[in-house]
Write a protein that binds this ligand. Sequence first.
Ligand code: NAP
Length: 300
Amino acid sequence: MTAQVIDGRAVAQAVRIELRERTRRLRARGIVPGLAVLIVGDDPASAVYVRQKTRACEEVGVHAEVHAFPADVAQAVVVQRIRELNDDPRIHGMIVQLPLPAHLEIRPILESIAVAKDVDGFHLYNVGALVIGHGDSVFPPCTPYGVMRLLEHAGIAIEGQNAVVVGASNIVGKPMGLMLLQRGATVSICHIKTRDLAQFTVLADILVVAAGCPNLIRPDMVKPGAVVIDVGINRLPDGRVVGDVDFASVKDKAGFITPVPGGVGPMTVAMLIRNTVRAAERVAGSIEPDEVEEALSGEP
Ligand code: NAP
């Protein structure tokens, strides 16, 4: 079997076209959706991600502004800027590019973002809303939300399926597991202390891998015909960017697979813009339904 490759770039492009139209309608009413991106230090990977996000915003007509701070910035300075942006009516969404330097305390920084502008979905309120399935009020974290949209696009049934998530981070693995649970999957979340990872992964109808380990998943760890979603982004010493799945060999065993690059990554950016447009629509009092929301709620 050769897996069907799910083209994240194409799906993300379709989402952006929909968002451009929604942004046009908001602009016609005098509302320009605005995103503020805070970045601390000069980590090159973070700089690339920030550029990707701001460029994609501009492409759909969303205003994006970068607030850059030196690596040794004081916590209070970052929090003060967030408070100012909370009160800035031009800004509908705000994110803090992670990781942060070690001297900064991440939780108080994320908790100082107004819930209504927390378009990364990392504030405790939004995390809690996701846990209890309070879909309407949350900004779902962009990467797992993007995965749900890819599954929806590929027509993959989730209810009743065995879903295995490899990786248990707060920004990918845990919310991914919760979203799949919300849609009726039976979910296992594996992590570094999981004994015999393959024992779990071979049972997965849907396998989502977000560990940050190149070639962690080999064909013998995959159920024939499984849906394999590779969230990992790893830069090898030779400069190549690969995922966590050995794509070349696993694609001959899986039913569906996402490539790296060109799979989940573009969806993360598209979902960030979607959350920002959504935040602006809330301010405008005219929330528009979108396919993405249906992907999360499971409602028609
Ligand atoms: P993270 O915070 O480092 O979390 C990785 C998780 O995987 C942790 O739970 C870790 O367990 C677990 N893990 C690591 N090695 C493992 C192994 N050999 N077996 C089982 N579990 C293992 O990373 P993250 O932020 O979730 O990101 C994960 C990957 O996705 C990275 O490659 C990142 O670059 C990528 N990513 C991609 C996107 C995108 O848009 N495509 C977005 C975000 C992240 P412990 O914590 O117990 O060590």
